[in-house]
Write a protein that binds this ligand. Structure first.
Ligand SMILES: [Ca+2]
Ligand SMILES: [Ca+2]
Length: 163
């Protein structure tokens, strides 16, 4: 009778121990699963943002350097599609790289894409915003951001020349 009673007590302790161990293990597994899911989402966001950034960049650099013939390049105030008479909302009407200045669109729900084009100059060995534009070089920056995403903003820059 005494032995039987002791065996029951040990069984209860074992059950409590198993519950505690399972609780810790399940919590750890859930945390691990959450982290794996978060990283997978992050990778997918970066990959998609890269895809949309690169796609638009390739489209822009396929256009000619400027609306004007060499070398009376477009004034800074006239960068963008409006000054050339193209439709700022319709990039299929754009025919030179700076027409994309100020352009923005939503390639997919919650992904916002925008473009900045600015004249550049080489100072010693560093490219920087031109101190007296226009110059023969334009830097194109395409940015893609996912709303409420973890990847932040993905940016791609290209330098094109009027030569
Ligand atoms: Ca144009
Ligand atoms: Ca233009």
């Amino acid at each position: 009778m005494f032995l039987k009673s002791t065996k029951k007590a040990i069984t209860l302790i074992e059950i409590v121990a198993v519950i505690i161990v399972l609780g810790v293990a399940v919590t750890t597994l859930i945390n691990l699963l959450f982290e794996v899911t978060r990283r997978a989402n992050f990778s997918e966001e970066v990959a998609l943002a890269n895809f949309y950034t690169q796609g638009l960049m390739e489209e822009i650099v396929s256009k000619r350097f400027d609306e004007n013939a060499c070398c009376s390049w477009t004034a800074v105030a006239d960068l963008g599609a409006s000054a050339d008479g193209e439709d700022p909302a319709d990039k299929t009407t754009f025919d030179d790289v700076d027409d994309f200045h100020g352009f923005s669109d939503i390639p997919q729900s919650s992904y916002a894409r925008s473009v900045v084009v600015e004249y550049q100059e080489l100072s010693t060995s560093t490219w920087q915003a031109a101190s007296s534009p226009p110059t023969d070089f334009k830097k194109i920056t395409v940015s893609v951001t996912k709303a409420n995403g973890e990847a932040g903003t993905v940016e791609m820059e290209s330098l094109v020349s009027g030569y």
